[in-house]
Write a protein that binds this ligand. Sequence first.
Ligand SMILES: NC(=O)c1ccc[n+]([C@@H]2O[C@H](COP(=O)([O-])OP(=O)(O)OC[C@H]3O[C@@H](n4cnc5c(N)ncnc54)[C@H](OP(=O)(O)O)[C@@H]3O)[C@@H](O)[C@H]2O)c1
Length: 265
Amino acid sequence: MDLENKTIWITGASSGIGLELCRQLAGKGARIVLSARRRDALIEIAESLPGGMGRHWVVPLDLADADKLVDAVQSQLPEIGAVHVLINNAGISQRSLFIDTDLAVYRQLMEVNYLGSVAMTKALLPGMIAQHQGMIVCISSVAGKIGSKLRSGYSGSKFAVVGFMDCLRAETAQQGIHCLTVCPGSIQTNIAINALNESGEAQNKNDDSIINGMPVETCVKGIVKAMINNRDEVVVGKGISAIAPTIKRFFPGVFNRISAKMEYR
Ligand SMILES: NC(=O)c1ccc[n+]([C@@H]2O[C@H](COP(=O)([O-])OP(=O)(O)OC[C@H]3O[C@@H](n4cnc5c(N)ncnc54)[C@H](OP(=O)(O)O)[C@@H]3O)[C@@H](O)[C@H]2O)c1
């Protein structure tokens, strides 16, 4: 897809991968709709993009409130006009063992990472189908292709995103809609600091895997390239986090033995 002058709605635009997507896509001439919970952070970022607030929009949303999302998004469309691309990027991770973790943490992870993306897609896909063109991008994770310790709720929500996108791709292929699933490995963002512990609080510390992960600029270059080339699914990362899905696919027994021994942090 040619991204120039396209309107691209990005969730999780206030930090990490979403923030860098705003920068790189606005740099390619796209108009960005920035969503996340923190309005002030979104305004500051929008003002820093080429064309500032005169060219881009800020729409604060809480993805945990999926029931209200469709109306909240569609009420903005008369002002924004046609949306060509939706990037479901917002998400939260987890660092806690299943046996210790409250059920509420599982609900929160599913609501934000999965149901939030479904609701955003519900709001914007009908307009794309009416235009006979559009792109839905979901940022899943390598954790959406393989399981590892401390992430049972996160992985469940990200596997759900992969399955949702496979179905959506099949259902919309004849209607001019392209569906891209992105599975990042460990990327240098605040994801680990914001990851939920067993009682649903942010763990507030970084992990070595993230500190030594792929720089966010490199990751987003890979995502933008995948968008331009109309890819269906890509893994973006380095080291073990990038090759784990291939090991699991071709050597599942080996993968399961490694995974049982390792605490990937
Ligand atoms: N970094 C990695 O290693 C990695 C690896 C695989 C996949 N991913 C995925 O990449 C995506 C982006 O994560 P990141 O690494 O950029 O992490 P991040 O720096 O923590 O950013 C997360 C973003 O999600 C937003 N968000 C969180 N909860 C929200 C909610 N309830 N409603 C609306 N927005 C919400 C946050 O904004 P507010 O706080 O302002 O709401 C923030 O903009 C996530 O889906 C994550 O699972 C990341």
